[in-house]
Design a protein around this ligand. Structure first.
Ligand code: M6R
Length: 591
């Protein structure tokens, strides 16, 4: 997982590469590097840490170059393991994982070659140099044929200074043709500019770029024509707007993100075709990862309750390697903020191959997932920079809930869901109330473990609250079905263990309170997020936040807000950067 960028043309390459890398940091930020060709040698700078560490490289001269921002897969995040990897006449950057690195490395070692890094990519650079006989593209084609795994590769050769060769398998790669030169990147926003034509490399395709043109090739070496993609430039430049962190700023945008997303289904240009498909849907599978998976769990409750269609929700990395039963009239919904998550893309591809209708729910208009799907519903959350997903989760829920209502009406189950219209205002209230959780922070700082409990939709919110806390505060935590605790996990509760109960269903409230009693009796400090004011006064509750009531089915869209805030305040109090948590990246583009 990583971001790659490249340029060949009339301008100095280095500033373009650095600019592009900054926009790709959502794909990894544990080390970065660039290489440009200057007078038949490589100028290289690599640093552990973020792209900022490369600022001195902006003065590199040279009009052909490649760059990389890394999320470590093979090898620790050090300068040695940072890309580009240079070997012989070759410089190489790579996004993906080479799975047969062991035999390939042995082959190189037998030839007496030595390695300076622990990465799989360095091995590819060795192979490429070995195959190189004055034709970079031909060498890359031979190299790619030896590789098992996923890759987007961009290679330079000192012997062909005005060229960049590219190869792609299972990792995204786009090429841009501008006035002044030719660009490449892992995604469109990293290079997009006024008047630029952008092309996407397909699976197992290659490209050769020079300063004036880009040529594309199929796996068998045939040159192929490509149509430019439709895209529009992003207007919003991400700024913190007075907030200390992007995460907090993005939380403040939840009401707007909900309001904008509510417009999406009604103004969807293919709504009639989509309704037709929904009308015949007999099974729904939702595939996603992380927070998006939790949206899927919330959507299952809403769709089954409202439309009575069976919904399976699967973690995409499991679904892709199972043999899922995809029957006629199965609609597969792939949910992904970025639209670039490798496992979600693979699960979506599997669904398509198996004959399902693929509906994408994504926040990124020109993402790989959006290009793959039969139908695409965009969450209008706006750019999300913080690694911890917040406003995009609320937007996914609103969109999936609107879809549940569409399904219900397609199945003749009557229109309902009017309460959803007031959500932007209610989200504002929930945000204001969430400030109260700041006072909870001291109870969490040194906790050995934290539990989030709920039933039904509250359990889905609990899972998301727990993920958020783990991700940015680094505290061990579990989201648990309240009724299941006593079957083993209760053993972990000890004096002072923080427990956060979520209570939005009057139907299930007393049942959840049973679990609250059980933890309280064993010394837990119990905090409550609820829409039911009568529970705030219960003796077991140390402190509570009251959120607006929208009924249990749709409640996670509001109940998650105090949980996001809790994770934020605990992370900041522990001295962590909630925007860039350790070991993680915004978009997980390897499996
Ligand atoms: O871009 P995606 O929605 O596909 O990303 C999926 C997960 O990687 C993501 O939701 C992750 O769990 C978040 N960082 C959690 O806050």
């Amino acid at each position: 997982m990583c971001g790659i960028v490249g340029y060949v043309g009339r301008r100095q390459a280095a500033p373009i590469l650095l600019e592009g890398l900054k926009k790709l940091e959502y794909r990894g930020y544990d080390s970065a590097g660039i290489a440009v060709i200057e007078k038949h040698s490589f100028e290289v700078m690599k640093r552990a840490g973020s792209v900022e560490g490369l600022s001195a490289a902006k003065n590199f001269l040279g009009r052909t170059g490649i760059g990389h921002t890394r999320w470590a897969t093979h090898g620790t995040p050090t300068e040695e393991n940072a890309h580009p990897h240079i070997y012989g006449r070759i410089a190489l950057v790579h996004n993906g994982i080479i799975e047969n690195m062991k035999p390939l490395k042995e082959e190189c070692l037998k030839r007496g070659e030595s390695f300076t890094s622990e990465t799989d990519t360095e091995i590819v650079a060795h192979l490429l140099d070995g195959y190189y006989e004055g034709d970079l593209l031909a060498a890359l084609q031979k190299t790619a044929a030896r590789l098992v795994g996923s890759f987007a590769l961009a290679a330079l050769s000192l012997e062909e200074p005005g060229k960049i060769a590219l190869a792609r398998r299972a990792s995204p790669l786009v090429v841009g043709r501008g006035e002044d030169g030719t660009y490449l990147a892992s995604d469109i926003p990293a290079i997009a500019a006024e008047g630029m034509e952008i092309y996407a490399l397909g699976e197992n395709e290659f490209a050769l770029l020079d300063g004036k043109s880009a040529h594309f090739y199929a796996e068998d070496g045939r040159e192929i024509e490509k149509k430019p993609l439709e895209y529009s430039l992003e207007e919003d430049v991400p700024e913190k707007k007075g907030f200390r962190h992007f995460m907090r700023k993005e939380m403040s945008e939840i009401p707007l993100s909900i309001a904008n997303t509510q417009q999406i289904i009604q103004s969807y240009p293919k709504i009639f075709e989509l309704r037709e498909v929904l009308c015949h849907a007999e099974y729904i599978h939702i595939v996603a990862c992380g927070t998006a998976y939790h949206s899927g769990l919330c959507a299952k409750i809403a769709i089954e309750a409202r439309a009575r269609i069976p919904v399976e929700v699967a973690v995409a990395s499991e679904y892709r390697y199972r043999d899922p039963v995809i029957q006629r009239n199965t609609v597969v919904i792939a949910v992904s903020q970025s639209g670039e998550t490798a496992d979600t893309l693979a699960a979506a591809e599997l669904a398509k191959r198996s004959g399902a209708t693929l509906l994408a729910v994504t926040n990124v208009r020109y993402s790989s997932l959006a290009r793959l799907a039969d139908f695409v519903l965009f969450t209008a959350a706006g750019r999300e920079i913080a690694v911890a997903a917040t406003k995009s989760f609320n937007a996914q829920l609103v969109l999936l809930y609107a879809l549940a209502e569409e399904l219900a009406s397609a199945k003749g189950r009557g229109a309902c869901g009017a309460e959803l219209l007031s959500l932007p205002l209610l989200a504002k209230d929930a945000l204001a109330a969430s400030e109260e959780v700041r006072a909870w922070t001291p109870h969490f700082l040194g906790a050995k473990s934290v539990f989030f409990l709920g039933r039904g939709a509250d359990h889905c919110a609990a899972l998301e609250g727990s993920l958020k806390l783990k991700e940015i505060s680094y505290l061990p935590s579990e989201g648990y079905p309240a009724g299941e605790l006593k079957h083993g996990t209760l053993a972990l509760i000890e004096k002072g263990t923080p427990v956060v109960a979520i209570l939005t269903s009057s139907r299930l409230a007393e049942k959840t309170m049973n679990a609250v009693h059980e933890t309280y009796a064993r010394g837990a400090k119990v905090f409550l997020v609820t829409s039911l004011p009568e529970y705030r006064k219960r003796g077991e509750i140390l402190s509570s936040v009251l959120i607006p009531d929208i009924g249990e089915t749709y409640s996670p869209v509001l109940s998650v807000i105090p949980l996001q805030a809790l994770a934020y305040y605990v992370a900041v109090a522990r001295g962590n950067d909630p925007d860039k948590p350790r070991n993680l990246a915004k978009s997980v583009t390897v499996e």
